[in-house]
Design a protein around this ligand. Structure first.
Ligand code: CO8
Length: 258
């Protein structure tokens, strides 16, 4: 297992847990943290014993944004030639289900990182926002696109143009988070959800994820056609045979993740 400086990586059962760990900077996302998260995600994607990836921060902050101190001296050419922050696309491309467990601040790149995950579970202390405009920039890790798809144009515009935060209640009402839990229970609840998913058939969970994500990229007719083809292909898995046999035989399924 790799050693990391800015994150912690642990495995609990079939769940890989990545904890952002730059407490003095409220988990601000610098390049090193980005590289480490991407490398941990790659490690977990390759690990056949892992069925879901959970990303979390601290009680005070999931992440308070991209690291402003790191960005401040950069020129246009620096960020353009580096394709600054493009490596985060690797997380969006993860094939295993990903869950963000958010307490405290999820601002700017922090909100965007949470939105790169498939499911977002919020503590009642969570605060979401895209305050980049206050710094003279705009969201750069997909915030203007993913927030708009999640909460609609009016609220996304308001958040991106005023930089105001929304609390967990507002985020849940708007459809950004799947549910809110008391801060003290966040990790347990998120781990339970991740474990439930990780115990399903891995290839079928990957297919379900791919099908839901397809809805953001295509028309309804093409999306439904895609879903049907993938549905048909689940019948090629051993786990479909096992899942249906277990139902008929009134016993819990034992998935082989094949
Ligand atoms: N970057 C660097 N350091 C940070 C950041 C950050 N985003 N956020 C907090 N910190 C540091 C503070 O500087 C402080 O460090 P120090 O003690 O050395 O001064 C420490 O964390 C604690 O922060 P505060 O003292 O400010 O704590 P408060 O509780 O008073 O305030 C806030 C908490 C409200 C979260 C406040 O820290 C804040 O407003 N942070 C900045 C939030 C922000 O603007 N985020 C957006 C950043 S821009 C961004 O994410 C763009 C993404 C797209 C880039 C893509 C490029 C291609």
């Amino acid at each position: 297992m790799t050693d990391f400086e800015t994150i912690l990586l642990e495995r609990k059962g079939r769940v890989g847990i990545i904890t952002l760990n730059r407490p003095k900077a409220l988990n601000a996302l610098n390049s090193e943290l980005m590289r480490e998260v991407v490398s941990a995600v790659e490690e977990l994607e390759k690990d056949s014993e892992i069925g879901a990836i959970l990303i979390t921060g601290s009680d005070r902050a999931f992440a308070a944004g991209a690291d402003i101190k790191e960005m401040q001296p950069k020129s246009y050419m620096d960020v353009y030639l580096d394709d600054f922050f493009a490596a985060w696309d690797r997380l969006a491309a993860a094939r295993k289900p990903t869950i963000a467990a958010v307490a405290g601040y999820a601002l700017g790149g922090g909100c965007e990182l949470a939105m790169l995950c498939d499911i977002l579970i919020a503590a009642d202390t969570a605060k979401f926002g895209q305050p980049e405009i206050k710094l003279g920039v705009i969201p750069g890790i997909g915030g203007s696109q993913r927030l708009t798809r999640a909460v609609g144009k009016a609220k996304a515009m308001e958040l991106c143009l005023t930089g105001r935060n929304m609390d967990a209640e507002e985020a849940e009402r708007a459809g950004l988070v799947s549910r809110i839990v008391p801060a003290a229970d966040l990790l347990d609840e998120a781990l339970q959800t991740a474990t439930t998913i990780a115990e399903m058939s891995l290839p079928v969970a990957m297919m379900a994820k791919e099908a839901v994500n397809r809805s953001f990229e295509t028309t309804l007719t093409e999306g439904v056609r895609f879903e049907r083809r993938v549905f048909h292909s689940t019948f090629a898995t051993e786990d479909q045979k096992e899942g249906m046999a277990a139902f008929v035989e009134k016993r819990p399924p034992v998935f082989k993740h094949r």
